[in-house]
Design a binder for this molecule. Structure first.
Ligand SMILES: [Zn+2]
Length: 283
């Protein structure tokens, strides 16, 4: 079985065919998705979506949604986490982090939301799903100050030293569409060389299309789309297998093991008989 550890199935890009996208992921062998939230206003719909498909989710405020967030959204996050405390589908706090790539963002406010959410995760005893974009060192500084029980640094694109620093703090690193591009030499080298217990697989759908879905800006202007989907995960996993010299089965088993190690509540959820591999979807 494959696990997509980062899929925005609640994104508007899936409004027209969300349930079909989930069904085709399952048909492709992707038996579990982790759905990270991006804003408080989306929590209820995200939780309902996870419940409808037997999927897992995280609650948090994404750094690119901090500009429109209200200060009391942090209280609402705390409340939502405590209300969901007994929901076995809740596996982490996320997506949280820092984006130092997109221009014009208020870094002070981003950092204050990030640090507040680390404290919320620490107090809840939950791992975190991290958005890392040109911000690995700043994130690591926050993680040294506020210790959380690990998690996943998603769409990782840092240096080997930064990768090692995240691993030393109990984090796994997410690899997805970016790894499938032959020119992504640094990411491919990392995916190939990290210790076997570190990589996890993700699509970040609808974003970060793999090489075989990618369309240039000119093609998109002419009407082509390159929406990524969770059903692409096994093919992304096959790229990791090639890079590491693993068999496909070994890649699926190892990355599933790694995801469960990062997210203990995900492991518990998968151990429920209904969600054993090949079990059918809940009604
Ligand atoms: Zn994301």
């Amino acid at each position: 079985m494959w696990i997509d550890t980062h899929c925005h199935l609640d994104a508007p890009e899936f409004d027209a065919d969300r349930d079909a996208v989930a069904a085709s992921a399952r048909a492709a062998g992707v038996h579990m998705l982790v759905l990270p939230a991006v804003q408080v206003a989306g929590f209820a719909a995200l939780q309902a979506l996870a419940a409808r498909h037997g999927l897992t989710y995280a609650l948090g405020i994404h750094p690119l949604y901090v500009p429109q967030a209200r200060d009391d959204d942090l209280d609402r996050l705390r409340d939502a986490l405590s209300a969901a405390r007994n929901d076995p589908r809740l596996v982490a706090v996320g997506e949280i982090g820092l984006d130092h790539f997109v221009p014009g963002l208020d870094r002070v406010r981003q950092a204050s939301f990030f640090h507040a959410q680390l404290k919320i995760a620490r107090d809840a005893g939950l791992p975190v799903l991290l958005h890392v974009r040109r911000s690995a060192d700043a994130l690591l500084a926050g993680l040294r100050r506020i210790e959380v029980p690990g998690g996943i640094a998603h769409a990782f694109n840092g240096s080997p030293e930064q990768a090692q620093a995240f691993a030393a703090r109990g984090f796994r690193l997410g690899f997805g569409g970016a790894m499938t591009h032959e020119r992504a030499l640094r990411i491919r080298a990392l995916a190939a060389d990290l210790p076997p217990d570190i990589p996890v697989l993700e699509t970040d759908a609808p974003d970060i299309p793999p090489q075989w879905l990618y369309r240039t800006a000119a093609e998109r202007a002419a009407g082509a789309t390159h929406r990524n989907a969770p059903a692409e995960l096994p093919r992304i996993g096959a790229v990791l297998a090639t890079l590491r010299g693993w068999t496909t089965a070994q890649t699926a088993a190892q990355t599933t093991h790694n995801a469960c190690a990062a997210l203990p509540r995900l492991r518990a959820w998968l151990q429920q008989p209904l969600y054993a591999p090949h079990a059918s979807a809940p009604a």
